[in-house]
Design a binder for this molecule. Structure first.
Ligand SMILES: [Zn+2]
Length: 309
């Protein structure tokens, strides 16, 4: 674990500073480094100041932060032997993982933190395979944090931000999901949020890249002499598929271009149908008679064993 960032140093206050002192220091520094005043150069510093103030202005968060900081320092001095008190402050919030929900709040709560990996909220949307085929639009509302345009953090009595200098506002997005989106894909939404796509299992098809895999039930007589069967694709009207004569169980029929679109291209995958033979049911007397005749013409009885696929 790296050292926690020294929020006290950032705000230029003593560790024992009371809340009023911290607040005063924050306002002074926020004015000094506000991007409107100091431009791009002050931006990072401004974020840092806000991050520090978020941690130290809330007594609960401050207590937790102090505790982490102390335990880190203790661990360091144990590791390096007595008398070693220097601590380097190159910490990142990931180090706090597992330290409880307070710091999750701190770094995911729309504050002005600087490290994307932890603060970015992630929404999850579950899509059907049909939606993957056609593409779709998802409505999403996320909270975005903006600098306060009323006071720019300069007015403690600002009715809009209360002097914090930033406001959190819900913002609605119509997120366009492109056809062919992958399961697990993460799309960026606005400046801060991300949308993770999950594809729900489908009752008839399994996805394999851009291809759609399915099992096609074919009646034994049709497989024997060949014939057309009507097949319902993932979307759209049924199509006729020709079953070649002498089609065996397990044969895979490839329907070119009837799979999913390859994201961002006009290329389409294929539909791969594995033939599963079945007898027409119920068997009637004539069926039995005809199959008896067939049986008498063939000596082959089967009986080989193969490992299952
Ligand atoms: Zn304001």
């Amino acid at each position: 674990m790296a050292a926690p960032k020294d929020y006290y140093q950032v705000l230029e206050v003593d560790e024992k500073a009371d809340q009023a002192t911290i607040k005063k220091a924050y306002h002074r520094l926020a004015r000094k480094y506000h991007p409107d005043v100091s431009g791009k150069a002050g931006e990072e510093k401004f974020k840092e100041i806000n991050e520090a103030y978020e941690a130290l202005s809330d007594p609960k968060k401050r207590a937790e932060y102090d505790r982490l900081r102390r335990s880190y320092a203790e661990r360091q001095s144990r590791r390096r032997g007595p008398g070693f008190e220097r601590v380097s402050y190159d910490w990142s919030p990931e180090d706090f993982e597992g330290f409880g929900s307070i710091f999750e709040d701190l770094f995911t709560g729309g504050g002005f933190g600087t490290r994307q990996s932890v603060e970015v909220p992630e929404e999850v949307v579950q899509l059907t395979l049909e939606q993957v085929m056609m593409g779709t639009t998802v409505n999403l509302t996320v909270n975005e944090v903006h600098p306060c345009v009323v006071c720019h953090g300069r007015d403690r009595s600002c009715p809009r931000c209360g002097g914090v200098g930033q406001v959190s506002e819900p913002r609605r997005f119509d997120v366009s999901i492109p056809p062919g989106v992958e399961d697990g894909a993460v799309l960026r939404v606005g400046e801060h949020a991300r949308l993770k796509v999950e594809v729900a299992p489908h009752p008839r098809f399994r996805r394999q890249g851009d291809n759609l895999l399915g099992q096609l039930l074919v009646a034994v007589p049709v497989a024997a002499v060949g014939g057309d069967v009507s097949v319902q694709p993932l979307v759209g009207a049924p199509v006729m598929v020709t079953i070649p004569r002498h089609t065996n169980h397990g044969r895979v029929l490839r329907l070119k271009g009837m799979g999913l679109p390859h994201r961002g291209t006009s290329i389409k995958g294929d539909m791969l149908l594995e033939v599963a033979l079945r007898f027409p049911e119920p068997f009637n007397e004539q069926d039995d008679r005809l199959y008896h005749e067939l049986r008498h013409q063939h000596q082959e009885v089967g009986g080989e064993i193969h490992a299952p696929r």
